[in-house]
Design a protein around this ligand. Structure first.
Ligand code: E4P
Length: 214
């Protein structure tokens, strides 16, 4: 499974990248707005830190506007993936972009039919939002199961990028289902390391070692 970080914060991206396990980055307009920096400057910084897919989201909602933004964003670096919302105009744009060999990440996916449309349009990634579904008492992981099954049935190449992850259990469940990628906030990546027995066991080993006086 690939690990992406879901943030536009440069310090968090640097720290996650230093662990050596980071495969890519996803951003969205809300995450970028939190940083208060120019979007293009930010992306130029990110591509220097992580050598992997970097999702940059368009804010146009019409076909021509999306294509124009995609063209500008693609010029930044070969690793930029154009993130497009799952709307009719977006899917039309994804079809055009994929025919030109431009990678896309279709975002704001909340149903299997939407995921099917994105795959048929040739999206590189589909981003189903599990946390936001859980928030409205709908099991987000059921959607991941459905999409993974549908994509396997038809041998779609679109990668399932589990998004809106809130805790490590989402990561475990996504891995058990066989999703391709998890994009996680920094705090979730950190939590993946933690286990109280590891901490306790290490303390005991180090204390016992001290008793040897070596
Ligand atoms: C996905 O690419 C989005 O950036 C993100 O995962 C949304 O997460 P949220 O529901 O926590 O805002």
């Amino acid at each position: 499974m690939k690990f992406f970080i879901d943030t536009a914060n440069i310090n968090q991206i640097k720290e996650a990248a230093s662990m050596g396990l980071l495969d890519g980055v996803t951003t969205n307009p809300s995450l970028v707005a939190k940083e208060g920096k120019n979007f293009y400057d930010l992306l130029n910084e990110i591509v220097q830190i992580v050598d992997g897919p970097i999702s940059a989201e368009v804010v146009s909602t019409d076909y021509n506007g999306i294509l124009k933004e995609a063209e500008e964003l693609s010029k930044i670096h070969k690793n930029i993936v154009i993130k497009v919302p799952l709307i009719k105009e977006g899917i039309k744009a994804v079809k055009t972009l994929s025919s030109k060999g431009i990678k896309t990440n279709v975002t704001l996916c909340f149903s299997p039919t939407q995921a099917l449309l994105a795959a048929k349009a040739g999206a590189s990634y589909i981003s189903p939002f599990v946390g936001r579904l859980d928030d409205i008492s709908t099991n987000g992981m059921e959607l991941i199961k459905q999409i993974v099954t549908i994509y396997k049935n038809y041998n779609f190449k679109t990668e399932v990028l589990v998004a809106s992850i809130r805790h490590p259990l989402h990561v475990v469940e996504a891995a058990l289902i066989g999703a391709d990628v998890c994009t996680m906030p920094f705090d979730v990546i950190e939590k993946l390391f933690n286990h109280p027995l590891t901490q306790k066991g290490l303390e005991n080993f180090l204390n016992d070692w001290k008793k040897l006086n070596q």
